[in-house]
Ligand binder design. Structure first.
Ligand code: HEM
Length: 167
């Protein structure tokens, strides 16, 4: 009933609001799940590539680069957009600590992806193409570190979403 809704309620109880909020929450979690799944897959692929010859590693490297381009980047932007929409629809404030921290985490992860992940991918691909095993080992090691940091950031933001510290 509309008359029972308090102005400061976090989740709206009106039928329309609930529908929009639930749809937004569903797609937000779906995009986040695909993003996190992609990050885990990428870390696993990176680990498997370290024991391969440069020629064999090349295919895996190309797959990780594709994952980053076609999964990570679009999903991170979509999680950002749906998260921003949820703040308004669900009645949260941009200044809440868990929300500010989530924004920081997602932006750091996007920068990490666009700048460092991409650079590490190019280096590894160049080493694999020129059949330089030593350089490939070094490039893959640096790339793994970036992938683990990224995974840690996304997982931390997931925990922020669930526990909402300071809310
Ligand atoms: C810019 C970054 C983000 C913003 C602004 C944001 C915002 C929000 C908001 C406002 C909610 C609704 C909370 C509720 O009503 O319970 C939510 C829920 C959720 N978000 Fe995000 N989010 C962001 C990033 C992420 C990321 C990176 C993940 C996971 C990898 C994620 C996973 C979730 C999950 C699982 C929920 C459901 C939590 C629950 O219902 O208890 N979000 N998010």
């Amino acid at each position: 009933m509309h008359s029972s809704i308090l102005p400061d309620q976090k989740r709206t109880t009106s039928l329309e609001g609930t529908k929009v909020e639930n749809i937004l929450l569903f797609v937000h979690i779906l995009f986040a799940a695909i993003w996190l799944g992609g990050a885990v897959t990428s870390a696993i692929l990176l680990n498997s590539a370290k024991n391969l010859e440069p020629g064999q590693a090349r295919t895996i490297i190309q797959n990780i680069i594709n994952l980053a381009k076609f999964v990570f980047l679009p999903m991170s932007v979509l999680v950002y957009i749906t998260g921003t929409g949820l703040i308004s629809v669900a009645g949260y404030s941009f200044g809440e600590p868990w929300i500010s921290a989530a924004f920081a985490g997602v932006i750091i992860s996007i920068i990490l992806g666009v700048v460092f992940h991409a650079r590490a991918g190019r280096k590894a691909m160049a080493a694999a193409t020129s059949d330089n095993a030593k350089e490939l080992t070094g490039a893959l090691k640096a790339w793994r570190i970036i992938a683990y940091i990224d995974l840690a950031i996304i997982t931390t933001v997931l925990a922020l979403m669930v526990y909402k510290p300071g809310a």
